[in-house]
Design a protein around this ligand. Structure first.
Ligand code: GLC
Length: 425
């Protein structure tokens, strides 16, 4: 059964972009909360926000070269700053030295490059005067926090939230994906009445989103039971994900260095090898990877992010068909390896380089040909007849049904080597 949302599972790999005035602070997108910065003081980042190097075509080209097929950009993060000229607030890019809409050019550039286009939108808003001061709000430790809260009306904020989503979903043509972030089940443990999904009017917001964009995908962070996908954060699930016992579409979102927003002094970058492993591991469990870049306040990707995307792109250039359009396989991979399958091809991703031989159980009689994917060089193999009891015709006396690949001594010089197995019958 095909649906307009099938592109998502097929595409497998997307770019997350966290960008806002926090990029100027350059010390994590939660800086306003972490450092408990008052609205007036935080406003200095708006007054200095001038991304003169912003060129979304460059972003799109970098994403495309990395093998990414879709993109999700923060339209508004928890600090409340809007990257478009909203009619409902002055707290937007329209009131910065830059002064121009950032969302329209973004949508256009990525669409032009052939990528699906998504929006991230924060349910939480530390700038809006009606948003409650909860346990993570920058004003949480104010002595008069309770009095401040008494005057805050969540219904007014809800109206604002829905109004802004309406703007975003009516001004820019087709939007493929909405990543809401994030809901909590209740605020009671933070000493406040109210349930998260009631605060946002989650049901109405979901209905509005679907009314304005009928084919859109909506993530799970509205805290409703029937979202289109689930989004584990900086976490690789150990098996295909399920919801109420049924398989569910999923996407892991991951950072390059632990921070979503540009974090200048954080050098804890993941290696290309690790990032490619995350992508492959996800696909082997029927999941996607949404990998994040936090552009600088000048609007470009910093050199470390560029280097990461480029080297992932080198791998993708040679191995794309083992992940795009691929999914989990019906066979159990050997230790420290992952299988993916696409039609009659089975892909063996070797997370560590074996000692000459690798044994694949249950595949005897099923493989017509095998090659390294990076250079299409033949990999020769032996088999133990599945109908025979264990014998000693292969090195090590493998059980019936085993295929033993003989690998070169030299590990191919790629982030993760892949053997492509042609299935027969
Ligand atoms: C979170 C964080 C946030 C980030 C997001 C990405 O919930 O609050 O800063 O935008 O997850 O998944």
């Amino acid at each position: 059964m095909s649906s307009p949302q099938d592109w998502f599972t097929h595409d497998r790999f997307g770019l997350f972009i966290h960008w806002g005035v926090y990029s100027a602070a350059a010390r994590h997108e939660w800086v306003m909360s972490r450092e408990q910065i008052p609205v007036e003081e935080y406003d200095t980042y708006r007054r200095h926000f001038d991304p003169d190097l912003y060129d979304p075509r460059e972003w799109a080209a970098a994403a495309k070269a990395a093998g990414m097929r879709y993109v999700v950009l923060t339209t508004k993060h928890h600090d409340g700053f809007c990257l478009w000229d909203s009619d409902l607030t002055d707290y937007s890019v329209a009131n910065t030295p830059y002064g121009k809409d950032l969302i329209g050019p973004y949508v256009e550039a990525f669409r032009e490059a052939g990528l699906k286009v998504g929006f991230y939108h924060s349910l939480i808003d530390w700038h809006h005067p009606d948003f409650p001061i909860d346990g993570v709000h920058p004003r949480r430790d104010d002595e008069d926090a309770a009095e401040q809260n008494a005057g805050r009306d969540i219904a007014r904020y809800r109206e604002y939230l829905h109004g802004q989503v309406r703007e975003l979903l009516t001004r820019y043509g087709t939007i493929d994906y909405l990543f809401y972030d994030f809901s909590y089940p209740d605020r009671e443990h933070r000493g406040l009445p109210g349930k998260g999904h009631e605060d946002w009017g989650s049901q109405e917001l979901e209905a509005l989103t679907r009314e304005l964009q009928p084919d859109i995908l909506i993530n799970d962070r509205l805290d409703l039971p029937d979202s289109d996908l689930v989004t584990p954060e900086q976490y690789q699930p150990s098996a295909p994900m399920t919801r109420n016992g049924q398989p569910v579409r999923w996407e892991a979102c991951q950072t390059l260095n632990g921070s979503w927003g540009y974090d200048r002094d954080n050098h804890d970058y993941k290696s290309t090898e690790l990032l490619v492993k995350m992508l492959v591991d996800g696909v082997s469990k029927d999941g996607n990877l949404l990998l994040n870049v936090g552009p600088t306040a000048r609007g470009n990707f910093d050199p470390r992010a560029v280097a990461s995307l480029e080297s992932i792109g080198e791998w993708m250039h040679l191995h794309e068909r083992s992940v795009v359009g691929a999914g989990p396989a019906a066979y159990e991979a050997p230790a420290d390896a992952r299988y993916t399958q696409r039609g009659d091809r089975l892909y063996l991703h070797l997370f560590s380089w074996p000692m000459r031989h690798v044994h694949l159980s249950g595949l005897a009689g099923k493989i017509g040909y095998a090659q390294l994917l990076n250079d299409a060089s033949e990999i020769r193999f032996t088999e133990v007849d599945p109908n025979q009891a264990a014998q000693n015709t292969t090195p090590g006396g493998q059980p019936a049904g085993t295929v033993t690949l003989t690998l070169p001594i030299q590990r191919p010089d790629v982030a993760v080597p892949v053997v492509e197995l042609f299935l027969e019958g």
